[in-house]
Design a protein. Structure first.
Length: 162
């Protein structure tokens, strides 16, 4: 079988560089510089979504729900699952580069997390399309809090493995 992938003339990352990149990403997710980022940001967003009807009229709320859907879904360029599918593929490549099979386990976790994010995206989309968009917001809180817990556990395990 012929490999049709173009060969790069650029230097490939070393195993140590890959581990360092993963560690930096994990730190950002677990210890963000402000509460709007990382796992803290997921929890904050889940709580704040319930307050959107207090600060937005119906048109603005619908637009926000559509934007949340697009931000999470592949429609917005994330590859789906708010970049978690893409990150899962990266971890599989990282497992090959580093020879660390634990990264494949983390890849499986992030694939699952991506699936959960897609479920949340669909709830936001349903809210955008619903007769009463406010009614749907309460359905986002529990899944997003569950996602924050899943992400915290996955990022913690990943950081420990590198």
């Amino acid at each position: 079988m012929v490999n049709h992938r173009p060969t790069s003339r650029k230097r490939q990352p070393t195993a140590d560089e890959v581990r360092q990149a993963i560690a930096e990403q994990a730190k950002g997710m677990l210890e963000p510089p402000i509460s709007n980022f990382g796992v803290k940001g997921i929890r904050k967003a889940a709580k704040r979504a319930l307050k959107w009807p207090d600060v937005m009229d119906e048109d603005a709320l619908r637009f926000t729900l559509l934007n949340a859907y697009i931000f999470i879904d592949a429609t917005g360029g994330t590859g789906g699952g708010i970049f978690r599918y893409m990150f899962s593929r990266f971890l599989r490549e990282a497992a090959e580069i580093t020879g660390d099979a634990r990264l494949n386990e983390s890849a499986d976790e992030f694939q699952h997390i991506g699936d959960k994010w897609q479920e949340v995206a669909e709830i936001f989309k349903q809210g955008w399309e619903a007769a009463d968009p406010v009614a749907v917001l309460a359905e986002t809180t529990a899944p997003m809090m569950e996602l924050a817990d899943l992400e915290e556990a996955a990022w913690t395990r990943l950081r420990e493995s590198v």
